[in-house]
Design a protein around this ligand. Structure first.
Ligand SMILES: NC(=O)c1ccc[n+]([C@@H]2O[C@H](COP(=O)([O-])OP(=O)(O)OC[C@H]3O[C@@H](n4cnc5c(N)ncnc54)[C@H](O)[C@@H]3O)[C@@H](O)[C@H]2O)c1
Ligand SMILES: [Fe+2]
Length: 389
């Protein structure tokens, strides 16, 4: 098997993403990781759900023991908005020079990047996102993910809802790519099963779309293949028993590797459709992806044979008697998605038939779709959406 097939030996230049600190109990290292940024104090960005779950208190205990000065901002909403980022930045500016510690899922990590960037640019607002890519550096960021899904700790941008302009903006800068990813699976033990399922499927899709991406390279494929193996094995186990620390750890590392992979390669049509579905219906990211994953794989299979064979082998499937690895991979993905009860027909996700053309239009114009192995037309996406309805 030779994979990836496209330009596999094309010249490459890849920067390492971030320092990884992984393992149960690693949260205890947080004070020294903050100090290593050159700032002796921390501005902690998080959300109310993590407060309620007791995760914020665990982190503050570690900072208190170390005698570190900090402030906490816990007002980030799911799918954060420019308003969330501006409000957080106003508080962070008042607190002054500090490392930003992002404690949460993708929503918090994304918002924290914007907050860190705005502190370095005192006159800017989150809605200036397009101009901020060339702006001054932001504060250094330490990422502490509490979901195993987005891989947002591997890149320097966030997807933020510009509520006034009714559009998603990419708010980011090289300086706010987290310098450290502190991956402590103990922090995910209390994640509710349905969130484990949705975020875990997000990670699986990252790995599969990365393998099949037009931007795939030997380096991204190495990360993605390992991610498929780890997420495929650990997700059903972590869903069945949320207190299984081994499964939580494997899922967390798998999701991180999938993040590394997608940051190098880009993604594809599952995300193109997923973004449009979430924008129109508010469906959580992972649930939107799961709704169309197998359908997109079937559509893409003619141009993704090598990627799907790699997926199937990473999932430890026996060679299919008819040699059809793509069909085997799609069957295995259906099984995982069924085991964590995350796939819903579109009609159950506040999607009407009248809405489908807008979703199809959004999916083909989303830049993420440009890396899809088989470029879809709008009528093809519409047909695919109807089959998932
Ligand atoms: N920057 C990127 O590369 C990137 C990639 C994909 C998605 N995203 C963004 O990430 C966001 C989705 O992130 P997500 O899927 O991680 O969900 P999320 O951050 O929105 O969190 C979902 C819910 O789970 C709760 N939660 C999180 N961790 C918990 C824990 N350990 N225990 C108990 N409750 C917990 C939160 O309080 C929240 O209510 C979206 O805004 C999406 O646009 C960013
Ligand atoms: Fe995703």
């Amino acid at each position: 098997m030779t994979f990836p097939e496209r330009d596999s030996l094309a010249p490459l230049s890849i920067e390492p993403t971030c320092r990884i600190e992984f393992g149960p109990g690693r949260l205890g290292r947080l004070p020294e990781l903050i100090a290593a940024t050159g700032h002796p104090r921390a501005f902690v960005v998080t959300d109310r759900g993590l407060r309620t779950a007791g995760v914020v208190d665990r982190l503050l205990k570690v900072l208190n023991v170390a005698g570190m000065e900090y402030a906490v901002h816990d007002e980030i909403s799911p799918n954060p908005s420019t308003g969330d980022v501006d409000a957080g930045a106003a508080r962070a500016r008042r607190f002054g020079r500090a490392a930003v510690v992002a404690l949460g899922g993708g929503s918090v990590l994304d918002a924290a990047k914007g907050i860190a960037l705005l502190v370095g640019n005192p006159d800017a607002r989150a809605a200036d996102a397009d101009a901020l890519w060339e702006a001054a550096d932001g504060l250094p960021l330490v990422a502490v993910p509490t979901t195993s899904g987005t891989g947002a700790e591997t890149n320097g941008f966030g997807v933020i809802e510009d509520t006034a302009a009714c559009r998603k903006v990419y708010l980011g800068h090289a300086s706010v790519k987290p310098g450290v990813a502190l991956l402590d699976p103990e922090l995910t033990l209390g994640l509710p099963a349905h969130v484990t399922a949705a975020t875990g499927i997000d990670a699986l899709v990252h790995a599969i779309e990365s393998l099949a991406s037009r931007g795939a390279s030997p380096v991204s494929a190495a990360h993605a293949t390992q991610a498929v193996a780890m997420v495929g094995r650990a997700l059903p186990a972590a869903y069945r028993d949320g207190s299984d620390l081994d499964a939580r750890a494997e899922l967390m590392m798998g999701a991180h590797l999938a993040g590394q992979a997608l940051t190098l390669s880009g993604l594809g049509l599952v995300h193109g459709i997923g973004h449009a579905l979430t924008a129109h219906t508010g469906t959580p990211h992972g649930v939107a992806l799961a709704a169309v994953l197998e359908e997109v794989m079937e559509f893409s299979a003619p141009d993704a044979a090598g990627a799907y064979e790699t997926t199937a082998r990473a999932l430890r499937l026996d060679p299919p008697s008819d040699g059809d690895w793509a069909r085997a991979a799609i069957g295995a993905v259906r099984e995982i998605s069924g085991a964590v009860d995350v796939k819903r027909p579109l009609r159950e996700l506040r999607t009407t038939r009248q809405l489908l053309p807008s979703v199809a239009a959004g999916a083909v114009t989303d830049p993420v779709t440009r890396n899809a192995p088989r470029q879809p037309t709008e009528p093809q996406v519409l047909e695919l959406l109807r089959s998932a309805y």
